[in-house]
Design a protein around this ligand. Structure first.
Ligand code: FAD
Length: 380
């Protein structure tokens, strides 16, 4: 795929408007629908619906955007991440200009647990391709000056000024509102089949009814199997469950306000993210997550291990009060890299399998979808 978003992602499309059905209104589908709508295309968004007990992957996500510290410095995955992080910055600016701000918590510190981690971080930062990306190695004494204390055992870290976190719920709301302004609101329904109809496509809905359009974008996450089968195709995706916690500091040393936190952003430690949320009531909240559990069943002991950071949690973290817990499923492609961005039939695009990085990769995915549709004149 190409990494360029069309030069002006504005309300003035350079190509003639296309009719497009987007199946799935998680962040990926909603992001695609919104960008297409901004370009003047006629978009019908369909979603099966979610509930607080059964959020989609996007609603359950932590919203950590890890691009600059990605372990490889080349290849499609690297480019996609860098491009998407940059696009998030323009998306946030565009939305803020329409009074729909998405708060951005800047910075990410990747902690090293052992000498091998430290060596990897040293190699990574010495790569010439990363010289201007805002990365810096931190030594142990610098970690020790941070408040509150970091997990015990951290030897050093790689700090990225440009990675960070946004709240996926806030992003869904802001993009959803701007999409609604363009007349794009999700139609509640379960899509069951995609079939060729004349020059375009028909998407059938459970219980009767259908939509027709020249293009179909399948962004239904783990709900793709039936739709792909109707096209004579398959994509092996497996669910990987993630549990997460919202906690609040409750120790005697907890400062009266959020000003007491001196962390340089998200802390990433042995696969877990600690995300300060000074914006939440009380100013002492943070998110901790997420577990990685193949399948759909949440395991209590895995959550417990996360809560104690496998025995490395500092005292203040052990004493923190739980305010909320939640879980969600990530769509992981089997035997192929995430995500899956593919034209699977003339006029049908697959935008799924984003696994652990769907929030990060939403803007680059939407740019790819727009580019595919506008570059192709056959299915107008
Ligand atoms: C706990 C957890 C933490 C995460 N943390 C991060 C993170 O920090 N950073 C990051 O980048 N990513 C993170 N992710 C991954 C990210 O959430 C996913 O990659 C992303 O949400 C995938 O988005 P999506 O829109 O493809 O899927 P989803 O958000 O799951 O949306 C799919 C939508 O399709 C709809 N649908 C399904 N089938 C049908 C059908 N037949 N008809 C109509 N509608 C249908 C569903 O109702 C759903 O709304 C996390 C995930 C989890 C679970």
């Amino acid at each position: 795929m190409s990494k360029a978003e069309p030069a002006s992602a504005s309300t003035n499309p350079r190509s003639q408007p296309r009719s497009v059905i987007v199946v799935g209104a998680g962040l990926v589908g909603l992001g695609c629908a919104w960008r297409l709508g901004l370009r003047g295309h006629q978009v019908q968004l369909i979603d099966a619906g979610t509930s607080p007990d059964q959020p989609n992957g996007s609603q359950a996500a932590l919203g950590v955007l890890m691009a600059r510290v990605f372990h490889r410095s080349s290849g499609c995955s690297w480019r996609l991440r860098q491009h998407s992080l940059d696009l998030w910055s323009s998306w946030r600016q565009e939305l803020a200009a329409r009074d729909l701000p998405i708060a951005w918590r800047q910075g990410l510190l990747l902690l090293a647990a052992n000498a091998a981690d430290q060596e990897r971080q040293r190699l990574l930062i010495s790569d010439p391709r990363r010289q201007s990306l805002g990365l810096e190695l931190w030594d142990r004494s610098r970690l020790e000056s941070l408040s509150p204390d970091l997990p015990s055992g951290a030897l050093g870290g790689l700090h990225s000024r440009n990675d960070g976190q946004l709240d996926p719920g806030q992003a869904l709301e802001a993009i959803g509102k701007d999409a609604a302004r363009l007349g794009i609101t999700p139609l509640h329904g379960i899509a069951t089949a995609v079939e060729k109809r004349g020059a375009g496509w028909r998407v059938s809905l459970k219980g009767g009814g259908h939509c027709e359009a020249a293009w179909v974008v399948l962004a239904a996450g783990l709900g793709l199997a039936e739709l792909l089968a109707s096209l004579g195709q398959e994509l092996a995706l497996e669910p990987v469950l993630g549990q997460a916690l919202e906690l609040e500091r409750h120790d005697a040393a907890a400062p009266a306000s959020a000003a007491g936190w001196s962390w340089p952003g998200v802390i990433h430690w042995q696969g877990a993210n600690l995300i300060p949320r000074p914006d939440l009531p009380g100013g002492q909240c943070f998110w901790l997550g997420a577990t990685l559990e193949p399948g759909q069943r949440a395991d209590a002991s895995t959550l417990e291990a996360l809560r104690s950071l496998n025995g490395t949690a500092p005292a203040w973290l052990q004493q923190a009060r739980e305010r909320r817990r939640w879980q969600g499923l990530r769509p992981r492609p089997i035997a192929r890299p995430a995500p899956v961005l593919e034209a699977i039939a003339p006029g049908v695009l697959l935008a799924s399998g984003h696994y652990r990085n769907g929030v990060l990769l939403t803007p680059a995915t939407a740019a790819w979808v727009v580019e595919q549709i506008e570059a192709n004149t056959t299915y107008a």
